[in-house]
Design a protein. Structure first.
Length: 246
């Protein structure tokens, strides 16, 4: 997958040099290209923003600079990227969207700062590319850079060969399958007792059926406690008698 990022703070993206994503880049599974937006600002101050029409606080990023940057990155390749613009007013970033993005050959992330990017930039590229404005949660960050790190990691780990064990993707909270919409339950490793806290007996039993049952119960319990919204939305058809008794 090719992943382009345009930002006025390219230094935000050094975490993409390490760990899973760093290794995927070394192996060539992921081709990350980071661009400085100011390279396409042509005045002496390399200005990328201006005051908003209609008044109000803050500054808005200029369409001409973004247009020049995106044109240059998209170029005249026969393929076009899917464009993702992080913004608190976008559609929610979910595991489902991460999976959808992981199937794309080319993603272009455009990081806004200040009050955001002039809306005509998204309107213009929507005529040529798939453009999604995406929010990683109901809070406001100082800019899109951290949101792109979140999305790049969530997407990158889904690429074939990036995770050592493909099963860990299937077990994720929010992954499709029998545990769909349930949070992952607690996990344990050796030793069997630490500071008086014991690993639940069932996990030491070697009884796969009982372990699966226990994991599902714990997942459901955690979902009810931490995400009542998800618990309420569970399809009763997917709950068995034992679940309902919890
Ligand atoms: N930029 C600022 N806040 C954001 C958020 N919550 N999600 C995505 N991009 C953002």
């Amino acid at each position: 997958m090719r992943l382009d990022i345009i930002s006025i703070f390219p230094e935000y993206f050094s975490p993409l040099d390490v760990s899973l994503i760093g290794k995927a880049r070394e192996r060539g599974t992921l081709d990350v290209r980071i661009h400085q937006l100011r390279d396409w600002a042509h005045d002496v101050h390399k200005t990328v923003d201006d005051t908003p029409y209609g008044g109000g606080p803050g500054m808005v990023m200029k369409p001409e600079v973004w247009g020049a940057a995106v044109d240059a990155v998209v170029g005249s390749a026969d393929q076009v990227p899917r464009m993702v613009v992080p913004t608190p007013s976008g559609r929610p970033f979910t595991q489902e969207l991460a999976q959808e993005l992981a199937r794309e050959p080319w993603l272009l992330f455009c990081c806004g700062r200040y009050e955001g990017i002039d809306s005509r930039v998204m309107a213009e590229y929507s005529t040529r590319l798939r453009v999604d404005e995406v929010s990683i949660g109901d809070y406001v960050l100082a800019g899109g850079e951290v949101a792109v790190l979140v999305m790049a990691e969530a997407v990158g780990r889904l690429l074939p060969g990036v995770l050592g064990n493909a099963c860990s993707v299937a077990d994720d909270s929010f992954a499709p399958g029998s545990m769909r919409n349930l949070l992952e339950g607690p996990v344990f490793t050796k030793p069997p007792e630490w500071r008086g806290h014991k690993v639940p007996e069932v996990l030491l039993s070697g009884h796969h059926g009982k372990i699966a049952r226990w994991r599902r119960d714990e997942a459901l319990r955690r979902t009810v406690a931490n995400r009542p919204d998800l618990a309420a939305a569970l399809d009763p058809e997917t709950l068995d008698k034992h679940d309902r008794a919890l």
